[in-house]
Design a protein. Structure first.
Length: 150
């Protein structure tokens, strides 16, 4: 059994997962990955207690356009005094007023690391939304909703 969930902003992954388990009356479901409380987007629950690492796609809204230097740096990742952040693939950048919506693919980078990466190179992150995890897409699933896919 696989359950897709659209975790809303302001709710922990654990709380979101608990609500779905309660709605379904099933406790033996395990998350493939988690999202930070400030991040919204796709969570997946399965009956498999081992979590594979799956590539993710995100939409990150930042306060300004990406510079050419930042675009070239993203695939290289970042080393800070506290962590190593793997590189990410920039798929597309759309300008919305003074802001940018950055669509990217991250093989091993968490949403928290994405926030750190952008903020370290001088961008304020307005929001992060995971839109894909492995072969599964968030699609039009509304925040706070879930669906069983098999």
């Amino acid at each position: 059994m696989t359950i897709l969930i659209h975790k809303p902003i302001g709710q922990t992954s654990t709380d979101t997962i608990s609500l779905v388990k309660k709605d379904m009356g099933i406790q033996d479901l395990y998350p493939i990955d988690h999202l930070h409380e400030e991040t919204e987007g796709l969570l997946i629950l399965t009956e498999n207690s081992t979590s594979p690492t799956l590539p993710s796609e995100y939409e990150v809204i930042i306060d300004q356009y990406l510079s050419r230097q930042a675009q070239n740096m993203l695939p290289k990742g970042l080393v800070t005094s506290e962590q190593v952040i793997p590189g990410i693939e920039l798929i597309e950048e759309k300008h919305k007023g003074k802001r940018s919506v950055v669509h990217l693919k991250a093989a091993r980078t968490t949403d928290t690391q994405l926030r750190t990466l952008f903020e370290t190179i001088g961008y304020h992150v307005i929001s992060i939304r995971r839109i894909r995890l492995g072969d599964f897409k968030l699609g039009v699933l509304s925040a706070g909703r879930w669906k069983k896919i098999n």
